[in-house]
Design a protein around this ligand. Structure first.
Ligand code: BG6
Length: 494
């Protein structure tokens, strides 16, 4: 168990490297504000942003007031709560190039006398800065036994680079101090999946290849990638979404029941799933994977990937990068033998939807014509909820007519409370020292081990990603991937 105090309200210094960047302004600071408003931050907790902005505390507070406050004000409760939050904020300027330079001295002065508090270094910066940052913090004498470091994805761009980063960070921090974040694991429905599976008895007997035909995991977005070319050209959908978010969801669906709900038991089971994934290699890559890139859509009103507004021009890499990826995965173990797991993600899709669909098999012997197999849909966003599609008889005398009807649980209607953003949960877990929802080194590396051959094959191919017009649900190949075995993607809204 954790050797950290478990009380959330333990005072801490939270240092965000990349503290004025997009992630910090859009996700971390709003999440921290909400935690503070709900009384979950200790009085003395400070939030120290490090960035190249050349700002002082007053400038940074002004920036947060201008940019973050409007985004959170619709939740009410501003007034004193907001002022208290702003008083927690500080800023330390760092050198160009991602090194802290003179910033270390300033930070050391700020942290002096606070060695007994929990100290969290949140690296909201590109992965190549992780090693240098940890070394710098160590050389400045800032890494205390109560320190933790949070690493944002992507953790490298393949197994080799992920290992280098893990080694560099691991040279300074123990594995127990390293929190590799995947924000999908903080989403309410994702955690509810564990509760659904392991706090209810009725699903377990049918959660296997005897009853389940296949599983679909979709993360579809309507947004494109304007202004992100620098990152996206070298990432692509497979690295950006599949290697982490989608594989984590697959793990939670496929894992065996852990013996306890604790940090090691849950992660041990997840890593076994990753290790059981059947490798997709050689000619299988063409058969079991699909990649696409969006072109202009909606009568050319929406630009294609190559024409998205950006400070840099498209390069050869831009032509080759996928904005859509679909993969047919298989978990080679007793429970899942023969059950395909279809994963897909894409930008500029016609809908924004993240969901897991468990498609059950047909009844063993049909006595009613027109029955369709049951389906369980776990909707992550929007409108978080769980929907079980059952067959029912339409009311009326005469011939028996069947209709699939949903048994629906909407979290918003049932619990009548705000669904917290994933980062709120995860930041609180970091502050209380609970790593259960964070990825262990072996998990990240197992995921890369499975992804690498797919990327290598795509990189070595002369084919470009299949085009699909913005606003459509991916390239034709993605539909063929399922159609070959008489299946289709779940496209229904709920
Ligand atoms: C991030 C990806 O990890 O997840 C983005 O880098 C993507 O490309 C985002 O847009 C999606 O997150 P969410 O929570 O909006 O589904």
């Amino acid at each position: 168990m954790s050797e950290y105090p478990t009380a959330e309200r333990q005072a801490a210094d939270l240092i965000i490297f990349g503290g004025t960047g997009d992630l910090s302004m859009r996700k971390l600071l709003p999440a921290l504000y909400h935690c503070d408003r709900d009384g979950r931050l200790a009085e003395e907790t400070r939030i120290i942003a490090m960035s190249r902005g050349g700002l002082d505390d007053a400038d940074f507070r002004g920036k947060v007031d201008a940019e973050v406050r409007p985004a959170v004000s619709s939740d009410g409760g501003m007034g004193d709560g907001w002022d208290r939050f702003v008083r927690r904020l500080h800023h330390v300027s760092v050198d160009v190039g991602g090194q802290a330079g003179d910033g270390w001295d300033t930070l050391a002065r700020m942290l002096a006398g606070h060695e007994d508090l929990d100290r969290v270094f949140y690296l909201a910066s590109p992965p190549m800065t992780f090693g240098p940052f940890c070394r710098g913090a160590h050389e400045a004498g800032l890494v205390t036994p109560r320190s933790r470091v949070v690493l944002e994805k992507p953790l490298g761009r393949d197994l080799v680079s992920a290992r280098v980063i893990n080694d560099e960070v691991g040279a300074i921090f123990d594995e127990r101090q390293i929190f590799r974040i995947d924000h999908y694991l903080g989403k309410e429905t994702v955690q509810n999946l564990l509760v659904l599976r392991f706090a209810n008895a009725f699903l377990e007997p049918i959660w296997n290849s005897l009853w389940i035909d296949h599983v679909q995991i979709t993360a579809a977005e309507t947004v494109g990638t304007p202004g992100r070319r620098g990152y996206y050209d070298h990432a692509g959908a497979l690295r950006d979404m599949v290697q982490n978010h989608l594989l984590q969801l697959l793990c939670l669906v496929a894992m065996e029941p852990p013996s306890r709900n604790d940090r090691e038991a849950v992660r041990d089971e997840k890593v076994k799933v990753l290790q059981s994934l059947r490798p997709i290699v050689g000619s299988e890559v063409d058969r079991f994977t699909v990649r696409g890139q969006y072109t202009a859509g909606a009568g050319a009103r929406v630009p294609g990937y190559l024409d998205e507004p950006d400070s840099t021009k498209p390069t050869a890499a831009s032509h080759r990068v996928e904005t859509f990826a679909a993969v047919r995965a298989e978990v080679k173990n007793w429970r899942w033998a023969g059950v395909p797991f279809y994963l897909r993600t894409g930008k500029r899709m016609p809908f924004r939807r993240s969901e897991i669909v468990i498609q059950f098999k047909d009844v063993p012997h049909a006595i009613f014509p027109g029955a369709t197999p049951n389906r369980l849909v776990l909707r992550l966003q929007p409108s978080e909820g769980i929907h079980l599609h059952l067959m029912a008889k339409e009311p009326g005398a005469g011939e028996v007519m069947l209709r699939p009807v949903p048994l629906s649980l909407s979290f918003a209607d049932t619990f009548q409370s705000r669904v917290p953003d994933a980062y709120e949960r995860l930041l609180m877990d970091v502050l209380s020292g609970n790593p259960t929802l964070f990825m262990r080194r072996d998990e990240v590396e197992a995921a890369w081990r499975w992804i690498d051959p797919i990327i290598e094959s795509w990189d070595g191919s002369e084919m470009l990603p299949e085009p699909y017009p913005a606003g459509t649900s991916g390239p034709a190949g993605a539909h063929e991937l399922l159609a070959r075995s008489g299946r289709a993607w779940h496209e229904e809204d709920l």
